[in-house]
Design a protein around this ligand. Structure first.
Ligand code: XMP
Ligand code: MG
Length: 178
């Protein structure tokens, strides 16, 4: 796996330090509110697991699944919900947890869907934010790192379903795509 990586952008240590900071930030904001973390599958599962432990206050966890990517590295532009969520959002302080905010189409769609279920509040926490690629106007409330336009794998992010289990975030050698 390691041999397929061209460049490491965020090392395991950088990631762990930043997640701890985010956890502290959320802890201050949400203490006493028992937030509901909603992880967007599959990409967010590792970030969510680390964030939830760094948060260290009472919280609950749910998952929702959407797909827009297919197997390539370019978004299809069409967002499909493949796992919806029951009536658990109402009156809750919801934090949507995402791996990466890219064109914004996924979170724009999800935000509208979740807001229609009347949460007490709704915030977005994304580990990576690629603002240069935005197609709709949306921003995250909590961001791990603002990143440049590259295709990333690791720490939950995949290429064709693989590399999610790398503990750091990097880019792939061009040969892997061909
Ligand atoms: P949008 O464009 O809707 O994209 O904001 C959000 C989803 O697109 C995927 N995505 C990536 N996946 N490396 C990945 O493995 C990337 O660099 C990347 N950029 C976007 C991701 O699933 C995210 O939830
Ligand atoms: Mg994703």
């Amino acid at each position: 796996m390691k041999n397929d990586i061209e460049k490491v952008y965020y090392s395991e240590e950088m990631i762990q330090n930043r997640v701890r900071e985010l956890g502290q930030e959320l802890k201050t904001e949400y203490a006493g509110k028992k937030p509901l973390l909603v992880g967007v599958l599959k990409g967010s599962f590792i970030f969510l697991a680390d964030l939830a432990r760094a948060l260290d206050i009472h919280c609950e966890i749910e998952f929702i699944a959407v797909s827009s990517y297919g197997n390539g590295t370019e978004t299809s532009g069409e967002v499909k919900m493949t796992k919806a969520i029951g009536d658990v959002i109402r009156d809750r302080h919801v934090i949507v947890v995402e791996d990466i905010l890219d064109t914004g189409l996924t979170l724009d769609y999800l935000k509208k869907y979740l807001l229609s279920m009347n949460p007490a509040s709704l915030k977005i926490c994304t580990f990576l934010d690629k603002p240069s690629r935005r197609k709709v106007q949306i921003s995250a409330d909590y961001v791990g790192f603002e990143c440049i336009d590259a295709f990333y794998v690791g720490y939950g992010l995949d290429y064709a379903g693989e590399y999610r289990n790398l503990p750091y975030i990097g880019s792939l050698k061009p040969a892997i795509y061909s």
